[in-house]
Write a protein that binds this ligand. Structure first.
Ligand code: PSV
Ligand code: MN
Length: 409
């Protein structure tokens, strides 16, 4: 069944939802406003440490990455900005790049400093025992803040690969002090009105300790830094069994949830398509976001995936769709009935309020929203029919040399 035929089921679904008390027009308006940022590095060749499989037509330059992102935005209507990684996307004219993006109908989003690929960062960047490495890391942060101003970005998205591999390798307490110092110095460099998002990850590339291992550490750092610092939740960066929705609820309530890096993992940070492994978990995350109302208004929704064996553009479109599906389902939650059941101690009644929304097939709703936005109701079918992938494969060829150079993001 194509999403075209989903359109035929729209009226029945709208009737069902209205009978449930859902304001269908309000839900559609929210879905039209959803915005998901795609990562420049997701369009280039990348993969695992074992092998990077070159994808025919994978983007080699930032201009090609933006062209692919524009194609994704044209088809989905909800992916208007692109995150960049420095130096992967370095160019000598940032103002021209900003204009190039605007001409494609895009905006440059988060600027991601890269402090993990140079020899000097072997023992860490901001937390390195080597003062020269720390100074270089800070200089790179300054460069990224300048780039933010030139491209019109208001997010510095910080992830550090810093950590140690063996007990005793370095002083954990000293590393914490260096982290505080380095982040505070970075914070001072932020362009006015911008935010610094502090991402965490419990392991990899370091395997004994990581300097920013969890949301609590990121949160503690943000509290010390000031109001422009907020936590970034990468959905692939948690130990098994971690309740990400609860982390989201806590950070939203404290006003410190800055944004997301969406992806999925089965075992460890694998960069699989968001929602592909545990769609219910993604739904519970969106339920917290919808339930938080205005408190979630500043949250930045970004995808952070590097596909290895799957077609890159199609994978990105699928990722955007999966975020739309999770959001649409969360918008259908009857929060009033949920609160009543919770207060009445009706454990399963409350749970079933969530299930009622989760089990609703929202594909007709999304197909209708797309049609009303002047888009094809099925972005994957539209992409496959567009010939874009074949065209760039011919024009660009196998793009190995233009990859990010980073095996797994
Ligand atoms: C690290 O695994 C990470 O999630 C960070 O967000 C990086 O910026 C990104 O992947 C790409 O390397
Ligand atoms: Mn990430």
């Amino acid at each position: 069944m194509s999403e075209n035929s989903y359109l035929q089921s729209y009226d029945a679904l709208a009737d069902l939802l209205s009978a449930r008390g859902v304001d269908v027009e309000a839900v559609k308006a929210k879905l039209r406003q959803q915005a998901i940022e795609t990562p420049s590095w997701g369009y280039a060749d990348s993969g695992t440490r074992f092998k990077v499989f070159p994808w025919p037509g994978a983007a080699r330059t930032i201009q090609e990455k933006l062209a692919d992102a524009a194609h994704v935005h044209r088809l989905t209507g909800v992916a208007p900005s692109v995150a960049i990684h420095i130096p992967w996307d370095k160019t000598d004219d940032w103002v021209a790049l900003r204009q190039y993006a605007a001409d494609l109908g895009l905006r440059i989003g988060a600027v991601n400093p890269n402090l993990f690929q140079e020899e000097q960062y072997k023992l860490g960047s901001l937390c390195s025992p080597d003062p020269k490495a720390r100074a270089s890391a800070l200089a790179h942060m300054a460069e990224c803040c300048q780039i933010m101003q030139q491209v019109g970005s208001d997010i510095l998205s910080v992830w550090l690969a810093d950590g140690t591999n063996y007990a005793g390798q370095d002083s954990l307490r000293e590393r914490k002090h260096r982290l505080e110092e380095g982040l505070a110095a970075t914070y001072k460099l932020l362009p006015p009105g911008s935010r610094m998002l502090v991402e965490y990850k419990f392991f990899e590339p370091a395997f004994y300790s990581t300097d920013l291992p969890d949301w609590g550490t990121s949160y503690a750092m943000c509290l010390k830094l000031g109001p422009q610092a907020e936590v970034l939740v990468d959905t692939g960066h948690h130990a098994h069994g971690t309740n990400i929705a609860q982390i989201v609820a806590f950070l939203l309530d404290e006003g410190r949830l800055g944004g997301f890096h969406f992806n999925a993992r089965k075992y460890a940070d694998d960069d699989l398509i968001v929602g592909s492994q545990d769609p219910f978990e993604l739904f519970t995350i969106f339920v917290e976001l919808v339930g938080a109302g205005e408190r979630a208004s500043r949250v930045a929704y970004m995808i952070d995936q590097s596909h290895n064996i799957e077609p890159k553009i199609e994978a990105m479109i699928q990722s955007v769709i999966n975020c739309q599906v999770a959001y649409a389902k969360a918008l259908l939650v009857d929060f009033k009935r949920l609160a009543e059941a919770q207060l009445a101690g009706d454990v399963l009644g409350a749970h079933r309020v969530l299930l009622e929304a989760y089990e609703t097939d929202v594909r007709p709703l999304l197909a209708k929203v797309r049609q009303e936005m002047g888009l094809h109701p099925d972005p994957i079918a539209a992409h496959r029919a567009s010939g874009y992938a074949e065209r760039v494969a011919q024009e660009r060829g196998a793009a190995r040399a233009g990859g990010t150079g980073y095996p797994s993001a």
